[in-house]
Design a protein around this ligand. Structure first.
Ligand SMILES: Cc1ncc(COP(=O)(O)O)c(C=O)c1O
Length: 418
């Protein structure tokens, strides 16, 4: 199993997909079936239901979260000359989206919550800063009170990357509704999935219209795709109708998936209990956490490394394109001897990156990640670092067994490290 959403696939997803195939309407516009205004396609119904679930004013389905971030940033006016602050622990996608707008990503530290540190955001603001991307990593909400305060004070856009936190909340309000826009992913590791896919939420009418036009060749929202919106060069980032069909079935299951994840997280954490020298990641709102993983931070990197090796997992500083220090794209100072074709290919980051981020650039992020490991509760993803633990369908015996394994491994590894 990969993510919680896919573990819950059943007749509902099959029925929605089959109805698309039987009706032969594979576009969100259902071109053969209306007289001007598109009737409700699966994509449109998914948008409607996700909007209702989250309380957002606008919801736009796309082909990925990366597309939603890119279109949202462009629609918000981010472009060449601007700086956008992103955390050094993220997935590379929001950094890539910034780079492709022509703006420069500026990396900031995380804190013990493994999320963007509002104090370091404040320290990284310059006259060129335009936006801050709060990445709700590992299913948990960022400190949105503090990030809201700092962005308001400096007149910056707050953007939410909710890819890993679909359905999550912060003090009772849905993630993705705090920033100028929020972007979600429907890839296979997420709380709800359609294989691939993305969503943009916004409360801003202009941003919605512009993002819609950008995602569909300059079209106006919800018309046939032939009615012009703002005069701009759009791309095609549309959500496919088959994706919409699966996403529709999944959004209806999301509340139940989250209930199960949260109950299993609590059982697993209780069964593990307190361990000397180990701290469970503090959360800014435990009730709003999607509970896809449990994160533990050890007193020393040596012990964390020993535990990770014995469990057959990794410490988070080894988590591929999630830790900035593993992203060679952030090293414009390096030549690409290992990637010969890259020297012939235009590299957008070369044009926009004025800073380079070798390992050590964010010492607190490096330190925390090197001392932290994950147990899966529902996202089983060895690249992320959550290859061990339980999945969303785990019963009490499986939860007990995972807790026992973790506890004895920590005890043995701690003794060995002494
Ligand atoms: C934090 C984060 N942002 C963005 C993305 C990109 O999502 P997508 O694969 O839908 O483009 C991911 C994907 O894993 C992610 O984890």
């Amino acid at each position: 199993m990969t993510g919680p959403g896919i573990s819950r696939f059943g007749p509902e997803e099959e029925a929605e997909v089959l109805s698309v195939l039987r009706e032969r309407e594979l576009s969100r516009y259902r071109f053969d079936d209306h007289d001007g205004v598109a009737p409700l396609s699966k994509v449109a119904r998914f948008e409607q239901e996700f909007r209702t679930l989250t309380g957002a004013r606008h919801c736009l389905g796309m082909n990925s979260c990366t597309s939603a971030l890119f279109a949202g940033l462009l629609a918000a006016g981010v472009g060449p000359g601007d700086e956008v602050i992103v955390p050094g622990y993220t997935f590379i996608a929001p950094i890539a989206a910034v780079v492709h707008t022509g703006a420069e990503p500026v990396l900031a530290e995380i804190d013990e919550s493994l999320l963007l540190d509002p104090a370091d955001v404040a320290a990284k603001i310059t006259a060129r800063t335009k936006a801050v991307i709060a990445v709700h990593m590992l299913g948990a909400p960022c400190d949105l009170d503090a990030l809201g305060a700092v962005t308001r004070e400096h007149g910056l856009l707050l953007v939410e990357d909710c890819a890993q936190a679909g359905g999550g909340t912060y003090h009772g309000r849905h993630l993705g509704t705090f920033g100028r826009f929020g972007a979600f992913s429907l890839n296979v590791f997420k709380t709800f999935t359609a294989g691939d896919g993305g969503v943009l939420l916004t409360g801003d009418d202009d941003l919605y219209e512009t993002a819609f036009a950008l995602h569909d060749h300059g079209a106006a929202p919800l018309r046939m795709g032939v009615t012009d919106g703002p005069p701009l060069f759009g791309l095609n980032l549309r959500m496919h109708e088959l994706t919409g069909a699966v996403a529709l079935a999944q959004v209806r299951k999301l509340p139940d998936i989250l209930r199960t994840l949260r109950a299993n997280r609590d059982k697993l954490a209780d069964a593990i209990g307190d361990l000397p020298g180990v701290t469970r990641r503090p959360l800014h709102d435990p009730d709003g956490d999607c509970a896809t993983v449990l994160a533990y931070t050890f007193a020393s990197a040596a012990t964390a490394g020993e535990v990770a090796t014995r469990l057959g997992t990794i410490t988070l500083n080894q988590s591929g394109k999630h830790h900035y220090a593993n992203m060679s794209q952030l090293r414009p100072d390096l030549t690409d001897l290992t990637v010969p074709r890259a020297s012939e290919t235009p590299r957008p980051e070369r044009a926009v990156l004025h800073r380079s981020y070798p390992p050590g650039s964010l010492p607190r992020t490096d330190d925390l990640l090197s001392r932290s490991i994950l147990l899966s509760v529902g996202v089983v993803d060895s690249y992320l670092g959550s290859g061990v633990g339980i999945d969303v369908n785990a019963d009490d015996d499986a939860i007990e067994a995972a807790a026992r394994l973790f506890k004895t491994t920590v005890e043995d590894a701690t003794k060995a490290a002494l």
